[in-house]
Design a binder for this molecule. Structure first.
Ligand code: FAD
Ligand code: SF4
Length: 529
């Protein structure tokens, strides 16, 4: 079969023959359309290696849709390379000789193709980078690691910014980024609209049902359907459903997803970015993180599309600024923290919490309506928007005292956009405050009243968000007060916690004891302790 007509999963084979001069390995989250791994290579003498390995779907318990997204996006990328004339050694998950690991496949490919060198773009996580460091000796050839041009902030630049400061504050980083990259900055060096952020206009809740939301999903093609069947067969007991797979899996679809967001949701993104509503999993969010994290979309083009919507009058500044901050600020800041804080970052447990993850995180089966809704949606789509992650599934884990590694592994496995560099600092740092305050200067703990204010989840829930003890007490509210009681001496010197702690100090000792015993009973009920 001619490589030009490659178009289905059956065209993807490991059968490239050697010898090969440079073998360029492309990992599943390196599907950058500019193909940095192939720069200056010659399709006549060099070849591409792509591998589907079981290790990546099992090193944490993974949602089947997450595994499927990686595999189908890789297959589409490989087919496109073949259509462009590249020789691609593609090892499928069900290839009988597949060793199941990156290292095993790199070794095998170098040997079989008699490659002179191996090269790849810098892996995005410590775990993979550690393995790659062994490859020169394991494979017996030089291994070149190329810079990843995807991000707006080179790691060196982040280092320089970070080392000049005693504390890493995202808002300071964001202002530095806006100025450095000349985004929404006037000629006088001041921010557009005279303010750096529009949070006061951007924290609205819906009073009644949200307006209809238009949100494009992508029907699986033959390649994706092959993958969905393969993943269903190979991981029958893994969590998550495959039926509602609708993620963009190619560059073209990712561009269409970006246009869809800018046209239909960006104008309303800002005001309602913190709102939640039953039966509305996506609201006005962009749903672009999976495509961006696979590198099918570049952050700069996403930001430019939003800036263009502002310039053309399609969207207003509070929405555009709110969106730009997520990409230019949070996304780049989180990555900077991941690389500059090093391998040991994942082991932090500053609050010394050791609770087990309740079984309902895997099933959504709980009477707590907010958790049942947020987790149910993750099982169905592999997606939750930021406030669901931070203030529902995250807030519960923080205040109930779950071990940070147990919850961060859950986030890493269960979301289609999850890759360690972004999941870990968000979970361990922002949600669990386990890094002692590197990502967030205070823990994002809240009672059920916050969830009631920002959603309609509490309507009809069997618990009452205003009550902190008794049979009807909302577990979020109980755990919130228990969290403050348990950690009050730890947070005593944190000025941002002062107001919350005055309420605890005013409690009678008997009130504190009641809260503690109610929280302990709930922990036993949920299988946390
Ligand atoms: P939108 O709300 O439309 O936001 C636009 C974009 O901004 C996102 O696509 C994302 O690229 C970026 N962004 C916004 N906030 C963050 C942030 N805190 N960190 C990094 N990027 C951000 N994001 C991931 O991409 N992968 C993860 O594994 C991940 N895990 C998270 C775990 C927890 C506990 C929390 C609190 C947040 C996590 N986030 C993660 C950040 C954020 O929740 C998601 O990026 C966002 O919900 C993705 O949906 P969206 O594309 O519709 O985002
Ligand atoms: Fe969640 Fe509590 Fe509201 Fe129920 S009452 S939905 S548990 S916040």
């Amino acid at each position: 079969m001619s490589s030009r007509t490659a178009s289905s999963s059956s065209d993807l084979r490991a059968g490239v023959t050697g010898p090969v001069r440079h073998l360029a390995m492309i990992l599943g989250d390196q599907l950058d359309p500019q193909r940095p791994a192939l720069a200056s290579l010659d399709p006549g003498r060099d070849a591409v290696l792509m591998v589907e390995v079981e290790d990546e779907a099992t090193h944490v318990t993974s949602h089947r849709q997450r595994t499927a997204l990686f595999l189908t996006a890789m297959r589409h990328h490989a087919l496109e390379l073949m259509q462009r004339g590249w020789r691609v050694r593609y090892v499928r998950l069900d290839d009988r000789s597949n060793t199941g690991t990156f290292t095993g496949e790199a070794e095998r490919a170098v040997r079989l193709l008699r490659a002179d060198t191996l090269r790849l773009v810098m892996p995005s996580e410590h775990r993979v980078l550690r393995r790659v460091a062994e490859w020169p000796s394991r494979c017996g050839v030089p291994v070149d690691i190329l810079p990843d041009p995807h991000f707006l902030t080179p790691i060196d630049a982040f280092w320089e910014w970070a080392t000049a400061r005693s504390q890493l504050v995202m808002e300071h980083f964001y202002r530095w980024q806006r100025t450095r990259l000349d985004i929404l900055i006037g000629k006088d060096g001041k921010p557009h609209g005279g303010r750096w952020n529009f949070d006061t206009q951007n924290r609205k809740a819906f009073r009644t049902s949200p307006p209809p939301v238009e949100c494009r999903r992508f029907r699986p093609d033959q390649v994706t359907n092959d993958v969905l069947r393969l993943v269903g067969r190979t991981f029958p007991n893994a969590p998550g459903h495959l039926d509602d797979f609708g993620w963009p899996v190619t560059r073209r679809q990712s561009r269409a997803a970006l246009r869809d967001f800018i046209t239909h949701r960006l104008p309303t993104f800002g005001p309602y970015q913190d709102a939640m509503w039953r039966g509305e999993p996506f609201l006005f969010h962009s749903l672009l993180s999976p495509a961006m994290n696979l590198k099918l979309l570049r952050p700069r083009e996403v930001v430019d599309a939003a800036l263009h919507a502002l310039a053309s009058g399609h969207a207003e500044l509070p929405s555009v600024e709110g969106f730009v901050r997520q990409i230019v600020g949070w996304r780049e800041f989180i990555r900077g923290v991941y690389w500059t804080r090093g391998v040991g970052y994942g082991e932090h447990n500053a609050l010394d919490e050791h609770g087990k993850l309740p079984a309902f995180y895997w099933t959504g089966e709980t009477d707590m309506a907010c958790l049942s809704e947020s987790i149910g949606q993750v099982l169905r789509y592999g997606y939750g928007h930021h406030i669901q992650r931070l203030m529902v599934t995250g807030n519960f884990a923080l205040t109930a005292g779950i071990h940070p590694r147990a919850i961060s592994d859950w986030y890493l496995g269960m979301y289609v956009d999850a890759v360690d560099w972004v999941t870990l600092p968000n979970t361990l740092g922002m949600v669990m405050h386990a890094d002692g305050g590197i990502v967030g200067t205070k823990p994002y703990a809240a009672t059920g009243k916050y969830i009631q204010r920002m959603s309609n989840y509490c309507d009809g829930c069997r618990y009452d968000p205003a009550k902190r003890h008794g049979a009807e007490a909302c577990p979020f509210t109980t755990f919130y007060w228990d969290f403050l009681v348990r950690h009050r001496s730890r947070f005593a010197k944190n000025p941002r916690m002062a107001l919350a702690l005055t309420h605890v100090e005013r409690m009678r000792p008997s009130q504190r004891r009641t809260i503690r015993s109610q929280a302990d009973a709930r922990r036993r009920e949920f299988g946390i302790s």
